[in-house]
Design a protein around this ligand. Sequence first.
Ligand code: PEP
Length: 249
Amino acid sequence: MIAPIFAANWKMNNGPTTAREFMLSFCSQYPRQNDRTIVFFPPALSLHAVAAAMGDRRDILLGVQNVHWEDQGAFTGELSVPLARDAGARLVLVGHSERRHVFGETDEECALKCAAVERGGLTPMLCVGETLDERDAGAAEDTVTRQLRAGLSRMTQLQHRPITIAYEPVWAIGTGRNATPEDAAAMHAVIRAQLDDLCGDRSRATSILYGGSVNPGNAASLLAAPGVNGLLVGGASLDPGTWLAITRA
Ligand code: PEP
C-alpha cells in the first residue's frame, strides 16, 4: 500500500508572515508520522519562510504551484525548476485547473513543464480533470486520459523516476461539491490503467491524489475510496485547524 499524501495548495494566499505563523502552529501540533506525507505548495514568495519555520521536519515536503519549462533566461515574472529546487522545493504542480482554465495553459505546455521538472530532478504532480460539460457529455474519461498521456508525453524516465498525479474534476474545485468516493474511485482506476501502460512496474509506486472541495467531513471517506492515495486540498488547507483535521483522516 502507498502511504497517503496530504497536499495543501495555498494558491495566492499566505504571504511570508502568515505562512510562517501557519507553519509554526501546524508543526507544533502535527507530530512526525511515518505513515503519511505532508506537502505544502505555498506561493513561491513564501517558500523560504515556510522552510525556515519547518526547521528539520523531513516528513514535510515543499513544492511550487507552477514553473516555466525553460531553466533560465529572459522570462520576466516566471519561475524555473532550478530556482524552485534551490529554494527547497521537491515537487511541482503542473496543469492545475486554474492554470489550464484561467491562464489558458495547454496540454503541450504541461508536457514541456513535466519534462523540465524531470530534467531538474524534482517530482511533478500533474493535475487532470474534466469540466462539468465534459462529464455531462460522457467525455470525462477521454478528457482525463488525454490530459494524462499528453502531460507525460515528453518525460523520458517514466519507468524509473517518481511522478504523482492529482485527479481534480474542475466542477469540484472551490465549489463545495466534491466527487463522490465512487466517482473518484472510478476515475482513479482509469488513471491507474493508463499509468500501468505508461510506467510499467513503476505505476504501483505512483500516488494518485483526489482534489476538489475536500474538507474535514469528507476527507476520510474520499481517502478510503479504492485507488485514492492522497488528497490535494485548496480552501480547506488555509486554516491550520481544518488542515490538521484533514491530515488526520
Ligand atoms: C485545488 O485548488 O487544488 C483544490 C482542490 O481546491 P479546493 O480544495 O478549494 O476545491
